[in-house]
Design a protein around this ligand. Sequence first.
Ligand code: FUL
Length: 471
Amino acid sequence: MHIFKPVSLLLSFALLATCISAQPKPSAAQLAWHDMEYYFFFHFGPNTFTDLEWGHGTEPADMFNPTELDCRQWVRTAKAAGAKGVIITAKHHDGFCLWPSNYSTHTVRESKWKNGKGDVLKELSQACKEYGMKFGVYLSPWDRNHPDYGTDKYNDVYVNMMKELFTSYGPIWELWWDGANGEGPNGKMQVYDWARFKKTVKTLSPNTVVFSDIGPHIRWVGNESGIAGTSNWNTLDTAGFTPGKGAPKQDTLTTGNKYGKAWIPAECDVSIRPGWFYHEAEDSKVRTPENLFDLWLKSVGRGANLLLNIPPDRKGKIHKNDSLALVAFKKLREKNFTNNLARLSVPYLVTDNHNIKSPSLTDGKLSTFVTINDKQMQQPGLEFAKTTKLNCIVISENLTAGQQCAKFKVVLMKDWKVVKEIRGTTIGRKRILTFPVTDTDAITLFIEEDKGPVRVAEIEAYLIHDSLIEN
Ligand code: FUL
């Protein structure tokens, strides 16, 4: 018996090490995607001119005729709003292509716009290069116009269209495979060759991250309200599922799977207006800066990315109501998240017998962190020289070795007494916690459950405007 004990102990250590190393981790492209945090969606096409949300695919190409298209204005607006990239509906469900595709006869080339010589993707991709913004495309698999839809030939069409996009407008940072799926012009449903689609991207543009309900790289958050789960795992199980009707339940997409086998983080897509496309009647229904701030707390603040849709109007410009809301939203973020009070504190890590100063907790870098190997004995925290008023704490996990925290507690103390406890589950890339204003002189983070050693990268502390938080 005695002889076997150390052996079995060794074996279990080896097993544990394999379990830890077998945990899903983000690829370099996914890590870069996490850092994108916030970017714009542009829904633009025939629907902009017909006032529809889902075009039938029978609209005459001439319907598409922006009078003053200015993609540079779109990208300038995105930049001024603090977004880091854009994604455009190169083709929505109506099948109209915003570039002169050789694989369709329903494109900008068939429209009167610029006498058929226009190319929205060219103008937008060039504007992105000019302003240093990432360029992404939405290419709807569902196509209500294409005569081949519903047959195997359509899979060739879709692959060829992706090839055109990568070759003529790359680099493409994110590619969107929308999940909506219905019948084509001949009443047939398509059986998509997802494996071939994935292979095409991998071969032609290996750094492109692909979004669909279930990835392969980025997943839908399960709603179109811009809200991630308070528990938000970056991991998901996809075996047996397909995008669209074959996707997992929406609430599974919202939370992810704690022990999911693949790294497929959530992206929150939401529109600044009720519709995805521009409708004049919605000019007065643009979200307020405060509402956008709330979305920020519930998307980026729950470890997801925010894909905010700003639909260009019939002129081909972003409406001033949207621009004004976006700039004011940026100001709100700057005003409330500039004064990180944690910088005035001493960051430390409590261990069994002494406190270790841990400047990496407040250096503003996600790449430096403290590792919690023993959650009973090690707690990171901040000590303030004087009593400080707070109503917002932001915690970040370094994700390079996976997402580990499953349950945590933040304790605020004053004069050695607990004045507030905040409980949560996942942390992820960023977790923004808000609470009623509290006077404190020390805050401590307790990891209560984990999947492996948690890498705590940052603890930030703010006093944000009281009206911005739900208490
Ligand atoms: C949905 C589509 O049906 C909507 O039109 C929109 O494009 C939205 C982002 O995704 O699935």
